[in-house]
Design a binder for this molecule. Structure first.
Ligand SMILES: *[C@@H]1O[C@H](CO)[C@@H](O)[C@H](O)[C@H]1NC(C)=O
Length: 171
């Protein structure tokens, strides 16, 4: 689950902070499978084998709310050791606008949440809080994160769709 934690952290920070220089582009499409548990996150590219099998994931609150801490809990199994050189491609769309396409070093990101590469094969448990800023613009965000090993094997493809309501609205 540590990998998912990295990804979820990325997802929250990239979604919340990068709204400059949008490029017009259609969102990416792939086959998705829901993950058991109460969260907006799905496994994507399910037609491709993936090294991380996610058993459950829960986010609280679900859906995420601006100005609140988002707590992420989950369990997963990593079927193969992941070494330095692993990376994550992250795409964020806002409506039909592609906001972000960027690549992170997975092991660098892991170290910011006190994990270390290599990530050993085996079960992972996650609990992590992410603060969602008050200033997130209203609208629909789709975040897709694909993590790969150094040898370009797919570790996981995760996708989440979150809609932030207009400012001042009450659920
Ligand atoms: C979020 O968590 C931090 C650290 O635990 C805490 O200081 C802060 O008050 C929390 N914010 C909200 C809105 O609950």
């Amino acid at each position: 689950m540590k990998l998912v934690l990295c990804l979820a952290t990325l997802v929250a920070t990239t979604t919340c902070f990068s709204l400059s220089n949008p490029l017009l582009q259609l969102p990416l499409h792939s086959l998705d499978d829901p993950i058991p548990g109460d969260s907006p996150v799905e496994v994507c590219d399910v037609e491709e084998p993936q090294l991380l099998q996610i058993h459950t994931m829960t986010t609280s609150p679900n859906p995420p709310e601006r100005g609140q801490n988002l707590t992420i809990d989950g369990f997963a199994d990593l079927s193969k050791r992941v070494e330095e050189g692993a990376y994550v491609d992250v795409d964020v769309t806002y409506g039909y606008i592609k906001l972000i396409h960027t690549t992170y070093d997975l092991c660098d990101k892991a170290s910011t949440i006190s994990m270390e590469c290599p990530l050993e094969k085996g079960p992972y448990k996650l609990q992590k809080q992410v603060a969602i800023p008050d200033q997130v613009p209203p609208g629909k965000y789709v975040v897709t994160a694909r993590a790969y090993t150094k040898e370009d094997e797919l570790i996981t493809c995760l996708s989440a769709e979150v809609v932030f309501p207009p400012y001042g609205s009450i659920d």
